[in-house]
Design a protein around this ligand. Sequence first.
Ligand code: COA
Length: 260
Amino acid sequence: MAKEKVVLVDIADRIATVTINRPDKLNALNKDVREQFVQVMDELEDNDDVRVVIVTGAGDKAFVAGADIAEFKGRGGVDQLHVTKRFGIFEAPERLPKPVIAAVNGFALGGGCELALACDIRIASDKARMGQPEVSLGILPGGGGTQRLPRLVGLGNAYKLLYTGQIIKADEALRIGLVDEVVPHDQLQQRVRELATEIAGKSPIALELIKDAVRASVRTSLDDGMRHETTLFGLAFSSADKEEGVNAFLEKRTPDFKGK
Ligand code: COA
């Protein structure tokens, strides 16, 4: 029997929208979502027609309300280790060499907050509610909440969220840097699309190299990061896109980047 599609993909105008589709469970991440999401991300990597990816949740209420808590009951440590390692859902957006924008359209809790954290940019609806409530279940975040969150919002803000399990509103998430922009709920998809369209017009090679360099910035020393950037900068000069970008500037026209 064919599996239910719990991750939907829509591709238009070089932008792929990936929608977690379990609205009756507030898009909680069960095994099928993890598996399909990673599969979809791999397919998008190979699809040259896609230049930017948007990740969002189905329905009007949630981005993703966390890992599927029903699957936790009775699960042992080794099983959980295998689930987390096997699917690597929280690595997939970061590993994808294309810009990934999270459109946070409601609850982004636990694994949902962590999935948003794994994306490059977070745009939130004013109805978004975010947090890491794992502590209330007697566990800790397992998808980067203790790692990406402090890097983004600082140690104190991260400890506050992690120790209390508090769920914060969009304006507070913006204040501490957990999201990058907040827009009225009914304008979220339009705003995210507008941003994605702007990015999709840039050179895919430059975008890939930028992502690679910025990822290095949180993993390496400043000296190593600067060296890495210098190498990538040199590499960019071997692309046809660089010639096109420079020529377009000199000829006062819009560049037409081919990703070559
Ligand atoms: N895992 C499994 N099911 C979940 C879920 C999760 N993380 N979050 C929500 N759901 C399910 C609910 O069980 C409910 O299912 P049901 O209709 O079959 O009973 C459905 O989604 C709707 O959620 P409900 O709790 O009725 O909505 P609400 O508006 O009253 O509350 C939340 C919304 C987000 C506050 C609440 O659902 C919640 O606290 N969810 C868990 C959040 C969490 O702890 N996430 C971290 C997990 S590690």
